[in-house]
Design a protein around this ligand. Structure first.
Ligand SMILES: *Cc1c(COP(=O)(O)O)cnc(C)c1O
Length: 493
């Protein structure tokens, strides 16, 4: 399978090159030149396989540089005992037609583990195959990617990983997870700014000639663990197939019946993976794009105009506090019939004017696939409270944004098609707002609150979060948002 860039029709690379580089040199994102498909019968056969075997079947046609044995080694290494549940991504039931796909049973308690436990394996092999040498992996995080990347790449030979997070933009538990990280090849740095500042800064370093020259002197190359890297995105397609065949298995749907997927969205990576699952032949109805108060995607999907110049809000679902949603570029490229010139023009307009508008033909396609809604802080909290009261299910604020969007969709359309909501994080990463939302007054520090939440709800706190208590802070550093290069050069020295 060849890969192409969203911004330059002349680019053609292998899967290993796409993963090793992360970002195309002219700033575009890599996409497979075709989307492989599975027949309904092949999808049905996945039902009897464990998660690792499901993953192998879905990933193989995308990763044609990898032999079957190599791919098996990668997925077996990724989806093993580091996950608290043997199903890896188990379903939880809210009612007869509403399920959650729990994607937070990995080592860092957020769905990012689903991809970042696998990415180091793919990246190490890709670097070998494409002769990329040692890799410096730069990560911009809105809270969960950072820790998942640190954990995934910790002490992996041939890799160095440096994470930038917005100083005021992550939950206390998320910050502690990062600044206490162990490992000899890791660095963490706070940015005086928001996630968009961190992400833009990282993207600029990737293409900064001076920094790149410095890197070459040391025989190093940059790569990315953000969802701009195709290797971060492709593992996420698997759990949509997995959730679907689990619904077939438990009798909620028959093979071939449609299911809607609801995805709490920020950088548009997770929901784009759901779109790929649909294009591969999975019987998906609508893709519900759920935003928090930073509702840039809701407005875009409803109107066709993307406007990033607007107030940025810090919310209780910080991993979705994003105004420049990177992976939308991939969807636009596909909806514009893979027109790289057109996609590059939209992205230029976004950079220069903060906005772009797609033509009606693209908007019509977009709206036939996606439905969008947003939840403000009040709606998010009341959804956590109601879900606890009505279904005895404890959801984190990101997942609650999804639960809310589905309720709105059903109210507006009357459509009762079975739906699966991506449950993207453990409630214990956001203890204080979750306690308040279920009517409890948070007492004491993060750890006291986690114990309080566990005692009240009967849901155990993941032990790896409790284990952060008393750990020394290794990375107190903070940089200005226009000085990210300095932090990179320090890290390399
Ligand atoms: C990253 C994240 C999201 C948003 O996912 P995208 O792929 O960026 O759209 C939602 N919820 C949680 C908990 C996350 O960590």
């Amino acid at each position: 399978m060849d890969y192409q860039s969203t911004r330059d029709a002349a680019v053609r690379v292998s899967s290993a090159q796409a993963i090793a580089r992360g970002l195309s040199p002219e700033g575009g994102l890599y996409l497979p030149a075709e989307i492989p498909t599975l027949s309904l019968a092949e999808i049905g056969q996945l039902a009897d396989l464990p998660y690792v075997a499901r993953a192998q079947k879905i990933l193989a046609p995308y990763l044609t540089d990898f032999s079957a044995d190599e791919l098996r080694e990668c997925v077996q290494g990724a989806y093993g005992a580091q996950f608290a549940r043997s199903e890896i991504a188990p379903l939880a039931r809210l009612d007869d037609t509403t399920y959650l796909s729990e994607l937070f049973h990995g080592p860092t308690c957020a769905f990012k583990d689903m991809a970042l436990q696998l990415l180091p394996w793919l990246l190490a092999k890709s670097a070998q195959k494409s002769g990329a040498g040692e890799l410096v992996i730069l990560v911009a995080t809105s809270g969960d990617t950072g820790k998942a990347a640190l954990e995934g790449f910790r002490d992996v030979p041939g890799t160095h990983v440096l994470v930038f997070y917005p100083q005021e933009g992550v939950s206390p538990m998320q910050r502690l997870q990062m600044v206490t990280q162990a490992g000899n090849n890791v660095g963490v740095c706070a940015v005086e700014g928001n996630f968009d500042d961190a992400q833009t800064g990282v993207k600029e370093i990737f293409t900064d000639p001076a920094v790149c020259a410095k890197l070459r002197e040391k025989s190093l190359a940059f790569s990315s663990a953000n969802s701009i890297n195709w290797g971060r995105l492709v593992p996420q397609i698997v759990y949509y197939f997995s959730a679907y065949v689990d619904l077939v298995k438990n009798g909620t749907v028959r093979l071939g019946d449609q299911v809607h997927f609801v995805v709490p969205t920020g950088n548009f990576g997770n929901i784009l993976a759901a779109y790929f699952a649909r294009e591969m032949g999975l019987p998906v109805g609508k893709l519900l794009c759920a935003s928090n108060r930073n509702r840039v995607l809701t407005d875009f999907i409803r109107t066709g105009t993307y406007t990033a110049r607007r107030d940025f809000y810090t919310t209780i679902s910080p991993s979705m506090d994003i105004l420049i949603s990177s992976n939308l570029e991939r969807l636009l490229f596909l909806l514009a019939d893979r027109d790289a010139g057109q996609t590059a023009a939209w992205m230029r307009s976004l950079k220069e004017t903060g906005s772009y508008t797609v033509p009606d033909s693209v908007l019509a396609k977009l709206q036939s696939l996606f439905w969008a809604d947003s939840a403000d802080e009040e709606a998010t909290k009341s959804t956590i409270g109601d879900t606890w009261k009505n279904a005895h299910y404890l959801c984190d604020p990101h997942t609650a944004v999804g639960v809310h969007a589905l309720a709105q969709y059903r109210r507006e359309t009357g459509d009762q098609t079975p739906a699966v909501i991506a449950a993207t994080a453990s409630p214990f990463k956001f203890v204080s707002p979750v306690l308040s939302a279920i009517g409890q007054t948070p007492q004491g520090d993060e750890f006291a609150q986690a114990t309080q939440l566990a005692a009240f709800s009967g849901v155990p706190c993941p032990p790896q979060l409790l284990a952060l208590q008393g750990k020394a802070v290794r990375f107190p550093n903070v940089v200005a948002k226009d000085r990210l290069q300095d932090a990179v050069l320090d890290f390399l020295a």
